[in-house]
Structures are given as C-alpha cells and as structure tokens.
Design a protein around this ligand. Structure first.
Ligand SMILES: Nc1ncnc2c1ncn2[C@@H]1O[C@H](COP(=O)(O)OP(=O)(O)OP(=O)(O)O)[C@@H](O)[C@H]1O
Ligand SMILES: O=P(O)(O)OC[C@H]1O[C@H](OP(=O)(O)OP(=O)(O)O)[C@H](O)[C@@H]1O
Length: 212
C-alpha cells in the first residue's frame, strides 16, 4: 500500500466542488467530511488526511511540506510566488479577475487609486498596461471602495456579476480567468511519487471527462 497523502483543502466556496471531484476520482471520503467543523479529517479508506484551511493559506501548508497536496485558486497562486508545483487545472470554482469602476468615471489624478484584495496582481496588470496607479490593499467588500471615494477603480473577482450590478459598478477590463489548481510540495512529489502520480492521473481523467 502506498503512503498516506496529506491534503490541504480550502474551506468555503471551493470545498464542495473539490470534494466532489475527489469522490468522482474514486476516493472514499467520510460522510461527516462535508458538514464537520473539524479542521483535521482522516479518510482511512482513501489513505488520506485532510487539513481544512483558509483558501489563501493553502499554498503555505503545501510550501512548508506540512501538506503534500493542496487545492488553491489561481488568483491565490498569482498573488504570491510559492515554491510548489502546480500540477493540474481542476477546472472548478471558475471566476475571473476584472477591473471595475463607477460608470463614466474619469480617473481623477495622475496615478488613480485602485483597491484590491490582490495588490501584487493588480500592480503587475497596470504596469503591463503602461498605466501608473496607486494600489490600495483591502481584505473584502472591495466594491465599497469606489462608492465611498477610497479608490477610482477596483480589481476584484467576478463570478455572476451580481455584486458589481447591485452596487452600480461596471466592468471595464478582464484581467485573468481563474480556476482552482492542484498544487504539490516538491519534496513530497519525489518521496510519494507513486501515490501523487496516481491521484493526478485519476483527477485528470475526471476533469477531462467533465470537459467533453
Ligand atoms: N465569486 C467568487 N468570489 C470569490 N472567490 C471565488 C468566487 N468564485 C470562485 N472563487 C474562488 O474561491 C476562492 C475563495 O473562496 P472563499 O470565498 O471561500 O474564500 P474567502 O474566505 O473569501 O477567502 P480568503 O481566504 O481570502 O478570506 C478564490 O480564491 C477563488 O479562486
Ligand atoms: O460576481 P459575484 O457572483 O457577485 O461574485 C463576486 C463577489 O464575490 C466575492 O466576494 P465575497 O463574497 O468573497 O466577499 P468579500 O467581499 O468579503 O470578499 C468577490 O470579492 C466579489 O465581491
């Protein structure tokens, strides 16, 4: 029997789709997995142990080797460079990062203010566009910033577009398409290669099957 895999799973939005994908790949996860408040969940039949982490913290657990594997949004992976392998696009929790502002807004200063939960990604995007901006880091409710005059524009995640609409904001540019990724600790990839390669193959065939 191959070695047990430890997996950092994001709580919240991504969790259900990631758990469903693992089940479709043939891994038997305990029923209690989905509703429990426990942060460490053993799945003996799958020979796996899960850590339930905040989505933005998943790469930290994997980079430090505490978890062999993790599931993380591409948004999180783009924001901070990590010493992990991104081995598979799971094609779940799709959304995109976009620039938005109040309609008819003309930037008020030479370096307009841009609010975002993703300051590095936002700064990189505007630099690539040849635009000088001042980025203001916020942790949530990003759409509030232009409404109250904290920023001229925002860079934030759009899924249904409902939050932008309800707050009277319009999307002006799409920055990047986002899906969740399977990430692997480089040392684990060498040491537990058999179990990890099997997992990647099994998940890949589910993802490819879903895409057909
Ligand atoms: N509409 C959406 N808004 C935010 N994230 C989304 C959306 N749709 C898919 N995602 C994905 O889900 C992840 C965030 O999940 P969730 O909203 O559960 O976390 P959170 O608790 O808001 O994150 P954080 O760790 O930043 O507090 C993102 O990294 C992104 O990849
Ligand atoms: O296009 P939509 O389907 O409306 O989804 C996008 C919204 O969802 C996210 O916020 P979240 O609910 O995570 O709350 P937050 O503002 O606290 O980050 C994101 O930051 C947008 O505000």
């Amino acid at each position: 029997m191959s070695e047990q895999l430890t997996i950092a799973m994001p709580k919240g939005r991504i969790f259900d789709e990631a758990a469903e994908l693992l089940r479709q790949a043939g891994y038997r996860l305990p029923d209690a997995f989905d509703d429990s408040r426990k942060l460490i969940v053993e799945a003996p039949e799958a020979n796996m142990k899960f850590f339930l982490a905040k989505p933005t913290d998943v790469p930290t657990y994997v980079e430090h080797g505490v978890a062999d594997i993790g599931v993380a949004g591409k948004d999180v992976m783009l924001e901070d460079e990590r010493d992990v392998y991104e081995v598979l696009d799971l094609n779940i929790s799709a959304c995109y990062l976009a620039v938005a502002s109040l309609p008819g807004q003309t930037p008020s200063t030479i370096a307009p203010k841009v609010a975002s939960k993703y300051p590095k990604t936002a700064a990189k995007y505007f630099k690539e566009q040849g635009e000088q901006v001042e980025v203001i880091k916020l942790n949530g409710s990003i759409e509030l910033a232009p409404l109250v005059g904290l920023a001229d524009r925002i860079v934030d995640i759009v899924s249904t577009g409902g939050t932008l609409r309800e707050n009277g904001l319009v999307e002006t540019e799409e920055v990047v398409h986002i899906t969740s990724r399977l990430i692997v600790n480089p040392v684990s990839y060498r040491v537990k290669d058999e179990a990890i390669e099997e997992m990647v193959e099994r998940l890949a065939s589910v993802v490819e099957g879903d895409a057909e």
